[in-house]
Design a protein around this ligand. Sequence first.
Ligand SMILES: [Zn+2]
Length: 490
Amino acid sequence: MVQHRLRSRLAALLTAFVLASCTADSARLQSTGSSDLEVNEGASKGESLVVTGGTVVTLDDSDTIIESGAVAVVEGRIAAVGTEQEIRKQFPEAREISAEGGIIMPGLVNAHTHIPMTLFRGLADDLELMDWLENHIFPAEAAFVDEEFVRWGTKLACLEMLQGGTTTFVDMYFYEDAIAEEVDRCGMRALLSQTLFDFPAPDNETWEEMIEAIRLFVDRWQDHPRITPVIAPHAPYTVSGENLVEAFALATELDVPMNIHLAEDKDEVVTIRNKTGMTPVQYVDSLGILDDRVLAAHMVWPTESEIEILAANGVGVAHCPQSNMKVSAGIAPVPKMIAAGVAVGLGTDGTASNNDLNLWEEIDTAAKLHKVDTLDPTVIPARTALRMATIDGARAIGLEDQIGSLEVGKRADLIVVGTDGIHQQPYYDIYSLLVYSTKASDVRMAMIEGKVVMQDDEVLTVDADEVLAMAWEYQGKIAANVAGSDAVAH
Ligand SMILES: [Zn+2]
């Protein structure tokens, strides 16, 4: 999150603000056989249902596509993937959900965001960073970020993500225990990262309090079927080397992922080099805190040798192309990272620097940005971009065995995408259709852990009217609070 990065340059100011954050292959029936289906809390226990009639884009290792396909779901997990005819024969009693004319595919994975900040959407754009920070973001966070704010921001974000077909996301903010409660109610899957700083955060004053809060947070949520607690030392310039080592040791002890902003912009590279004589990835590697539990957000400025370090240690990367563009952070060397074997997912980052949670735009942007950067239209082809938002994103966040593709035994996190928009017709290739023509508003249905959470543009787990009313209530208060604001009234 950019404001956090900037905050590091303003340590004294930060302390004062305290709260400032900061085709068609032959149809293939995958039988359950002796699958280890189990009943999970939150799953539709005992219920079997079949999503039928659409083109199934599996995103499996063979990129299997099944026309007139279907996916069977039993007790929250995918029980079979095949042709409509085959699945109906195998599951004659199952409730049917029609995907007629649409595409059935895995739900999207947003690998990096700060969801409560959705209430700050578009608060301040196109400004010099210091002006943006000091006169807009800091005052707003200092005045408004508390547990209640975080809950309403989370509900608004879940509403937006579910309408657009995002079923899993990775958050990094404060009050993550409250966020987890709201995410649980919304029915989404998430990795929720409680942030650690060397200085006071909105929810905890001291490092010791932060560590204690994280232990309680992990203990409460670690066995939840959809929520994964995560430890998030914010960045190598806001957390000391000693504390980074302690945070990693705690993540290892508690066996949870670790999330960190790393190599986000050139200033960070200079700061870390001046402090340690090393570049950011080199530095954290020297601390011994890189392994496959680590998710690194942004990774705009790794050197060639650092890319090798990331690959060798199994570090996942969350690429946030639109945020990096909007704040002029730079262009991450994604083709090189992918070529080296690094798992690269896609993230929106927070809405204060994007300004939405629309992963379809990130897919489209990722596919195009690296073409213009390398002057090579063959890099990041459509299929690769779509994999970044699904199975490769799942790999980056360590959930590739659970989600990211439509395969037997995986969690039933899937979406149905309409193909009847004028902007989608005609089409010749399904990946081209999904990456370059499809919009978030084309998503018709979203299912998570076997439960339908969005149908025909209506999110079933969030009271949209209530959330939008609260969002505008906050907007009124925030707009009135920001000095010199010319924010619109509603
Ligand atoms: Zn961030």
